[in-house]
Design a binder for this molecule. Structure first.
Ligand code: D0W
Ligand code: ZN
Length: 618
């Protein structure tokens, strides 16, 4: 049977298929028709997603009306394809067509095909929705703001504002760009966003979900997901509050007379990042042992005259050292790794799968610094996953869940950022390796990993409530700042109203990308790190483990990645960690030395915060 050979190539579940052949050689026509459908669908899906990917790539790397129209046209073609596939798939009695081992895999395959998504909308409403999202992304990606006390109004987020937030210690200048960015993005999108919420909800309901949040959570295949993430946050909250209290005290010292209260929230513009989502850029203000020499990796990279290409090669080398795959020739030829001149591009970094098993790309406006080196690893982690599951059917070419996809590169980066590894690759000078240096180093890591946790949680916590109507449309921004206060302990430096829409000043909100995946990733990456370090027979504390060149660790990771989403994430997790639950304990173990230190530093300090009005700093 011809089709069986094709199918063998399609799926890695060879044993299942060998058995399938036995079944088909009988006279079960329905089953044969179903398999025939899957094979044909798979080929056409790869083609359609390839063309869609190219149209989106052409648009995002060259924003103009022509590329936008072509992308929207392809979006319609894809919607038609998805709709037709859905019609065909649901015409089979797929729920009890197969038995035994092949039941599991084909049930899963059909189940994915039976969720239609936004193409459930009538045609005109679907194109309206797609246009709204493209317009919001446009507004976000091309926004320009005026410099502080200047008539120069050409500052873009990437690199101008990002650099300014990173380096400026001028309270009023920071406040100026902070509020300007929100005026030029979120506020301008309010109308779009309201309509977008309506339409995505409508699509979700047509799919049988109660609202768009309900549909978004479907990929996590768990009835208890909302409760589980809340419980994870509660476990980590005490550690965050210790970090918050310590950083708040340092900021009061840095900005005296600016009204920052010792028992209040932190003004959101002082943390080195436009959204206060990671705080690594203010390390100099909060360094635990200021006199301890700490050679900044960024300085070293620039001193060594590293280029973006060097950073990508360095990252690839780490993957190869684990026995994982190098990037393809197509990757090196077609990726865009620096901001192009003379055209607008979506600078927000991204990784792309073109579904032909060799064309994978990264688009990134890389700058030579430590943070971007980590981001390169993050993006290359996505590409590694694409490559590992490239032989799976298209419908299984995704992460075990989206959090897994986000975690791959970050897991490697945890090893890369150890002082031992940085020294090994010549990015850290010969600084003494003692307890004080260790705490300095843990603080640096905590400023990106711990500070991020409440942010990673609150974005979708807010959106879920917006979609469900628990936050009413008149209170979108009030609801947003209640979340910012409750979880992050932040307040806005300029008074907000419900005319503003500050959530949409963040890329993923403007671009319709779910965010809870990053929260999940930040938790499970420490579970993976711990498990891989065990496989590598690492001795000593978790935060000092570097899995570089360890083939046993690489092999374990590879086994998980190859499966894509052909198995439930719980099963994928068991491959690496021999647990099937998200667990915050490895993260807490990693930061145990810092927690002890912070608790001592914060004796007598107010832990937590009070505020009468979430819409303004006191
Ligand atoms: C993709 N998405 C882009 C970019 C930007 C990652 C991001 C979050 C965060 C710090 C075609 C396509 C997807 C991948 C896929 C997105 C980044 C910097 C890093 C949170 C922050 C950190 C890790 C994460 C933020 C990404 N592909 N990060 O869209 O296959 O789904 O490329 O947005 O260290 O807020 O910055 O996740 O790579
Ligand atoms: Zn990512």
């Amino acid at each position: 049977m011809v089709s069986i050979t094709c199918l063998m190539i399609l799926t890695s579940v060879v044993t299942t298929l060998a058995q399938t052949e036995r079944y088909i050689s009988g006279d079960n026509m329905d089953m044969e028709a179903a398999l025939q459908f899957l094979i044909e669908h798979n080929e056409r899906a790869a083609q359609t997603y390839n063309r869609m990917g190219n149209a989106r790539w052409n648009y995002q790397t060259n924003l103009n009306e022509e590329t936008k129209e072509e992308m929207l046209r392809m979006t319609e073609v894809r919607a038609e394809f998805v709709k037709e596939a859905w019609k065909n798939a649901t015409s089979f009695a797929w729920k009890d067509l197969f038995e035994g081992e092949q039941h599991e895999i084909f049930y899963r395959w059909f189940k994915k095909l039976s969720v239609l998504g936004s193409p459930a909308l009538p045609k005109d409403r679907l194109s309206e929705l797609n246009k709204l999202i493209a317009d919001m992304q446009d507004i976000y990606s091309t926004a320009k703001v005026c410099a502080f006390e200047s008539t120069d109004c050409s500052l873009s987020l990437d690199p101008d504002l990002t650099e300014l937030l990173r380096g400026s210690r001028n309270f009023d200048e920071l406040k100026h760009v902070w509020s300007q960015w929100r005026d030029k993005t979120g506020k301008k999108m309010k109308g779009h966003f309201l309509k977008y919420v309506q339409l995505t909800n409508e699509a979700a309901r047509l799919n049988g979900f109660s609202d768009a949040g309900d549909l978004w959570r479907e990929v996590y295949e768990s009835e208890t997901f909302v409760r589980d993430v809340e419980a994870l946050w509660k476990t980590m909250e005490p550690l965050y509050q210790q970090l918050h209290a310590y950083v708040r005290r340092k900021l009061i010292q840095q900005y005296p007379g600016r009204g920052i209260r010792a028992d209040g929230p932190i003004p959101a513009h002082l943390l080195g990042n436009m959204w206060a989502q990671s705080w690594g850029n203010i390390f100099d203000l909060v360094k635990p042992y200021p006199d301890k020499e700490f050679i900044d990796v960024t300085d070293m990279m620039q001193e060594k005259k590293m280029t973006p290409l060097d950073m990508f090669k360095l990252s690839e080398d780490f993957f190869i050292s684990l026995g994982l795959l190098p990037m393809t020739p197509e990757f090196w030829n077609r990726s865009v790794i620096e901001k192009p001149k003379g055209r607008e591009m979506v600078c927000h970094a991204s990784a792309w799968n073109f579904f032909d098993r060799k064309d994978f790309r990264i688009k990134m406006c890389t700058k030579v610094n430590m943070q971007d080196l980590i981001t390169v690893h993050h993006e290359m982690g996505h590409v590694q996953y694409y490559q590992q599951y490239a032989k799976q059917p298209v419908m299984f070419q995704s992460g075990a869940n989206p959090g897994f996809h986000e975690a791959v590169g970050d897991v490697l980066a945890l090893s890369v950022s150890t002082s031992d590894h940085l020294r090994k690759i010549g990015l850290l000078g010969d600084v003494p390796d003692d307890d004080e240096a260790d705490i300095n180093h843990q603080m640096k890591t905590a400023l990106s990993k711990i500070a991020f946790l409440p942010f990673g949680y609150l974005i979708d916590s807010w959106r879920w409530k917006v979609f469900s109507g628990e936050i009413p449309v008149e209170r979108l921004n009030s609801g947003w700042w209640e979340h910012r206060l409750k979880y992050q302990g932040l307040c806005p430096p300029v008074k907000r109203t419900d005319e503003d829409l500050d959530a949409a000043a963040k890329y993923h909100v403007a671009s319709d990308v779910p965010y809870i995946r990053y929260f999940v990733s930040y938790v499970i990456q420490f579970q993976f790190h711990k498990a891989l370090c065990k496989a590598a027979e690492h001795q000593g504390p978790l935060h000092k483990c570097d899995i570089y060149q360890n083939k046993a660790a690489g092999q374990l990771l590879r086994q998980m990645l190859r499966q894509g989403s052909s198995v439930e994430w719980k099963e994928a997790m068991r491959i690496v960690t021999d647990s099937d639950r998200m667990d915050a304990n490895p993260l807490l173990e990693y930061f145990e030395p810092l927690l002890q230190w912070l608790q001592k530093q914060n004796e007598g300090e107010v832990i937590g915060w009070e505020s009468a009005n979430p819409m303004a700093c006191p």
